[in-house]
Design a protein around this ligand. Structure first.
Ligand SMILES: [Zn+2]
Length: 375
């Protein structure tokens, strides 16, 4: 992996931590504000309950005063009744007294009603007071917690910022600028390549791009999402996914003008089945031969003048099957005496796909049989 990309990966971790910490720091006051709003609501409710209790008290006094007033009137009428001259006058006073007594009963009923209300009001006030007390305690706890978490986050943030600044110093400016632009819009600036796919946007890479990422000689960005691509060999899962795809998709045709060409030969002298790879390089062609099943290299690397078709005409018999595959010269040098399993598996499955397409006609046979049965 390129050193710049290794640093960028660390930088991306730092950037993500910083973003998360900042989000947490801004979220905490919002949570406290929400509890404070609830607290204000409870306070308002308590005030309302208290005001209602006060109004009841005032009403009660008003009704009591009215009763006193009416009782005064009644005793006045009684005094007057002692002095009346006519029967009519007496009747009129009696009527006034009855009316006042009726009014007193109405006011007494009102007072009773208020008294019943007071019980309910008292309960409301007590409940609101209890709630307020609990919420006040809770908000103090929340505030203390928010202060504690914020202080912790701020400390972590400072540490990550220092780490981030240090990491940035070691990375080339152009690369850093590209990373930051993509990071800003997509939330990440790097993407792993797995199974020929950019894991950032899930788009398949062109074979050449894929090889460039695997070779890790230059910085490669994803054509579709612009993330900087990297390949982690420890995460590669099993052999290349060619065999599965080959069943469903048409096999990719090897390009005749490719600078590298792989062939399968079932009848290569004493060796029998072999895989041969030719690489054209500036007027020369090199040849490597591998044993078909073990991947063990046979003989030495041979270099001849001209491109491989002209340089090694004796190899390219009718039995040779052209295969898909490309590995950099340097990588093949690193293989040493044996081809790695994933490369061998990829070539084997491509050979099976090629044989299905050309050599073994049974597939077409089945298809036409089905066709005639259906017709
Ligand atoms: Zn992508």
């Amino acid at each position: 992996m390129l050193p710049d990309i290794e640093k960028l990966l660390e930088l991306q971790i730092a950037d993500k931590e910083i973003r998360q910490l900042k989000e947490e720091i801004t979220a905490l006051p919002k949570r406290v504000a929400a509890i404070e709003a609830k607290l204000a609501g409870t306070k308002a409710q308590l005030e309302k309950a208290r005001a209602a209790a006060k109004a009841d008290e005032a009403n009660k006094k008003k009704f009591e005063a009215a009763i006193q007033d009416l009782q005064g009137k009644i005793s006045k009428y009684r005094d007057q009744s002692l002095d009346v001259k006519t029967n009519d006058q007496y009747k009129a006073l009696l009527h006034e007294i009855q009316f006042a007594e009726q009014e007193i009963r109405i006011n007494e009923d009102r007072i009773l009603e208020v008294m019943m209300n007071v019980e309910v009001r008292e309960k409301d006030v007590k409940a609101a007071e209890a709630e307020l007390k609990a919420e006040t305690a809770e908000i103090e706890k929340e505030k203390a917690e928010a202060r504690r978490v914020t202080a912790e986050d701020e400390k972590k943030l400072t540490e990550w910022n220092t780490k981030r600044d240090n990491l940035r110093q070691g990375i080339s400016e152009d690369l850093l600028r590209h990373y930051e632009r993509v990071m800003k819009f997509r939330g990440s600036g790097l993407a792993e390549v797995r199974d020929h796919k950019c894991m950032g946007c899930q788009v398949m890479l062109r074979p050449q791009t894929y090889n460039e990422v695997r070779n890790a000689q230059t910085v490669v960005v994803c054509d579709s999402c612009q993330r900087i691509l990297y390949f982690d060999p420890t995460k590669e899962v099993g052999p290349e996914p060619v065999p599965e795809a080959a069943h469903h998709r048409k096999r990719q045709r090897p390009k005749s003008d490719a600078p590298q060409a792989w062939f399968y030969r079932p009848d290569y002298g004493e060796e029998g089945e072999v895989l041969i790879v030719y690489t054209n390089d500036g007027g020369h062609a090199t040849r490597r031969i591998y044993e078909m099943h073990s991947g063990r290299q046979i003989g030495d690397i041979l270099t001849r003048e001209g491109n491989y078709r002209l340089a090694f005409p004796e190899d390219l018999t009718d039995s040779a099957v052209r295969l898909n595959g490309h590995w950099e010269e340097q990588e093949m040098d690193e293989w040493g005496a044996e081809m790695p399993t994933n490369a061998l598996d990829a070539l084997h499955s491509d050979l099976r796909a090629a044989q299905r397409e050309h050599g073994k006609p049974h597939k077409e046979h089945v298809a036409s049989a089905e066709h005639s049965a259906a017709g």
